[in-house]
Structure formats: C-alpha cells, structure tokens
Design a protein around this ligand. Sequence first.
Ligand code: QUE
Length: 336
Amino acid sequence: MTDTATGEILAEVHRGVGRILLNRPRALNALTTGMVVAVDRVLADWERIPLSAVVLASTSAKAFCAGGDIRTIREHSLAGDAEASERFFASEYRLNARIAEYPVPLVSLIDGVCMGGGLGLSVHGAFRVVTERAVLAMPETAIGFFPDVGASWFLPRLPGAIGMYLGLTGHRIDAADALYTGLATHFVPADGLDAVGDALADHPGDPVDVVLNRLAGRSPVAESELATVRGDVDQAFGAPALGEIHRRLRRLGTPWATAALAALESASPQSLEITHALLAGGRQRTLRACLDAELALTRTTIRTPDFLEGVRAALVDKDRTPRWQGASLGAGTLPS
Ligand code: QUE
C-alpha cells in the first residue's frame, strides 16, 4: 500500500482493482482536509488508468467513517479562522460530486459506524456494502449543524418520508434498515469483506452487482424495523411544516412516535428549521445545486452559538446536554 503524506489514507492498485483505506482509526476516521484532498487526488489519478472497480474501506473495525473532523472545525471558528473550515467543506463536497460522477464502479465497505461525511463518501458511489456491524446516521441536528455532504439530494430521494425522518431526528439505522431504504445496496458478513477486492479482481468481466451478491453467503438479514413503522413515518414526517410533524407525532402516541419526539426535543431548534427547509428544497435540485446550497449554509452555520455549543456537548466536554439558543419545539414556542 502506498502511504499518502500523512498516512491518514492508504491507496493501492492490485490486479485492476483500486483500494483506498481510511486510516485515522483513533478518531473513527473523522475526515480531515488532508484526508479529503488525498482521496480526491487518488481518485483523479485513477480516472486515467483502466480499473474494473474501486473499493473504499477502513482500517478500523469500529468505523467506516464517523463524519467530518468537526472538533477541528469548531476550533477554527473559535480562533476566528472559519475560512479554514470553508476550505474543508468545499474540498469535501467536491469529492462527494466526484464520487457521484465516477466513471468506475465505486464500492464502499461499511463495517461499523458510518455517519455524516461517511455517508457522503459512500452513498454517492455505485455500491454500498453493509455488514452486521454497520450503523448509519445523519446525526447533525444533535450538534447544531445540518445534514450535508449531499444529504439534501439523497435524503429526499429515499422512499416516502424516511429521509426527512432520518435527517431531522438523526435516527441510527442498521444493515437491514440501510438495505430497506436503499442507502445500502448489498450485505456481506464482516468476515467476508477481505474477499471483496479479490472477487472483483477475479471476475473483472462480471457485473459488480453479481460479484457482491455471491459474497452475501447464507446469512439472513433481519427484518427492517423501519419497514414496520413506515406508515407512521410517512404520515408524520410527510407533514408540510415542522410544527405539524410535531403535532402528528403527539397524536400517534406510539413508542416509535414518542422516541421520535424525544429526538426532536433534544435537537437544536435552529438545525431543525434549516434541515426541514433544506430537505424540502432538495427535491427539486440537482446534486451539484444541493452541494452548492449546503456549502453556502456551512458559512453561516459554523459561526453560530448552537454549532459551537453542540460540538462542545457531543465531542469536547461530552456532557451531552447542549443549551440551545432557541427554545425547543415542544416548549410552546410554536402555535399548537
Ligand atoms: C454528529 C456529527 C458527528 C459526530 C457526532 C454527532 C461527526 C463526527 C463525530 C466524531 C465521532 C468520533 C470521533 C470524532 C468525530 O461525531 O460528524 O473525531 O472520534 O465526525 O452527533 O456530525
């Protein structure tokens, strides 16, 4: 494997298959500017050589990628250097767009945590393989941010109102849910992941889909929990406004609705407003236009008290009790 300058990503070509490994395991592969630029450069280089596939994976057994390095983004904002973060987001979204348009089938192996920027690396590619240890989420409303990396394009394109549900609540889903929603395309048991690269190299003429299906083995994937609450998800999160989503969840009163309400109550009210508007608008936008809209939003959001406070509570002090600027939706600030 060729080390890039920092060693935070590793890249090699073997028998016509490119392999990129995210290698910042102590931070659950949270993406730095260096990692994003390095992956982008490798993919750009590999557009000029004939490859049958590119595999994107991780050296960590715990995580594919936990998201962006938002701890550093917060530090830049506090130090008055938000411009450094703007360079990060611009590079990250350029990479998301390159992945979406990549001429060679890109296969992400999602074993462990895949959140935020991790979904940006994987969902825009042709194939997303999940294992029994996969946990996927867009958890940004919990840190005073909003679902980015093209989420305003891919969340509204999930079935029914699932995308609005996942984007507003940050709900974590497993392999069965990921396959049900389409965020994942294939299941391969974790102990079968090492065979993916060789299988692709052994059968360069076979459709990638066929090769991945052969690796699924006999392991049955459990039933999707999301599928069992799909009617209520669509009913509540299909509402045209946040206040109405709230009312419909209260009216449902089921355990699922109560949990969803609790997630909305603990999220940043500012983030919920931004996210609802962004995802509603994303339906009519191209991916490029979505990424541009998100980039514009990052410039203001990373300077807000809610973002600084949200990252503090989740990742710096880890007290998980953020004090948001606005009152929560449930506190009676909206007409009910
Ligand atoms: C929302 C997020 C992120 C998050 C938690 C959230 C995120 C992110 C991390 C993270 C996790 C572990 C690490 C690390 C970062 O957590 O984007 O460096 O070691 O990267 O609620 O968006």
